[in-house]
Design a binder for this molecule. Structure first.
Ligand SMILES: Nc1ncnc2c1ncn2[C@@H]1O[C@H](COP(=O)(O)OP(=O)(O)OP(=O)(O)O)[C@@H](O)[C@H]1O
Ligand SMILES: [Mg+2]
Length: 259
């Protein structure tokens, strides 16, 4: 059974309570309380420096909050390191790409599986297991529309294809909760459209939290939007509510300078 199928629907998949993080004098995240339901598509919006990535790092366990708590899958994980959180079904991408540009699509996906399964503790991988991982890599390449590029070097792919691969690398561990940090950043209009369709078509059992600067991508993928400003939640609502919200317009839409 995949972790997504093992979902129990009691309570939210993610619950933060009064989460905050200071870096010296910088209060990057302040008193953030959010609930994300199983299967939900949530977007986190906000101007540069609003605290979006820091929030992801707190949820993923890259570092602990300086106040408040984080619950995942009904369990308080505030004190758990990131590796333990990924083991229980959380996967994420990073704002800055972590792909191996000199390797093929297949090998990147292969390494994502081996890394996640703790492959470094198994120096003698059996050919049968190896074959199984390759099959999984092929299936995932197809799922993120990269079947044609399986044996291509990642550095030779378009920027959009590289972003698709990052989504595949996160999904290959079959997580229950996937967090994508600006998957559409730097993409052309056409590539953004393609990525939006890909995200819309993801398995509805997988919960998705998306940081996105691009309002069109965010509002067409998400069912609910949380907007951060100066580290705090200032607006939360459906895409329609966000479009109609005056604060959002003043801070974001009106400026027309988000990427
Ligand atoms: N490791 C760190 N050490 C010190 N300050 C940090 C650290 N990480 C983030 N910050 C600061 O915290 C604030 C929020 O940063 P964060 O990267 O979370 O914003 P963001 O909303 O993701 O911005 P962007 O849209 O530019 O990616 C910024 O002022 C940033 O400089
Ligand atoms: Mg960021």
């Amino acid at each position: 059974m995949s972790t997504a199928e093992a979902t129990t629907n009691a309570g939210p998949i993610l619950r933060t309570r009064g989460v905050g993080r200071r870096f010296g004098g910088v209060h990057a995240v302040r008193d953030v309380t959010i609930d994300v339901a199983y299967g939900e598509r949530r977007a986190i919006l906000g101007p540069n420096g609003a605290g979006k990535t820091t929030m992801f790092n707190l949820i993923a366990g890259d570092f602990p909050p300086t106040s408040g708590s984080v619950e995942l899958f009904g369990q308080d994980v505030t004190a758990l390191p990131s590796r333990a959180r990924s083991r229980v079904g959380l996967a994420r991408t990073y704002q800055k790409s972590r792909l191996f540009l000199g390797l093929t699509v297949e090998d990147n996906l292969y390494l994502a599986v081996v890394g996640r399964d703790g492959g470094r503790f198994r120096p003698f991988r059996s050919p049968a297991r190896d074959e199984k991982i390759r099959e999984r890599a092929h299936a995932m390449a197809a799922e993120v529309w990269l079947e044609h590029a399986l044996h291509m070097q990642v550095g030779s792919l378009s920027h959009g294809e590289q972003r698709q691969l990052e989504v595949g690398m996160a999904l290959i561990s079959r997580p229950q909760l996937v967090m994508l940090d600006e998957p559409a950043s730097g993409l052309s209009r056409g590539e953004r459209g393609q990525l939006t369709s890909l995200l819309q078509g993801l398995d509805p059992a997988v919960t998705l939290i998306l940081i996105e600067h691009d309002m069109d991508v965010a509002l067409s993928v998400a069912q609910k939007v949380t907007m951060l400003h100066d580290g705090a939640v200032i607006v939360e609502g459906t895409p329609a509510e966000i479009r109609a919200n005056e604060t959002v317009h003043a801070l974001y839409l009106g400026k027309g300078n988000y990427e």
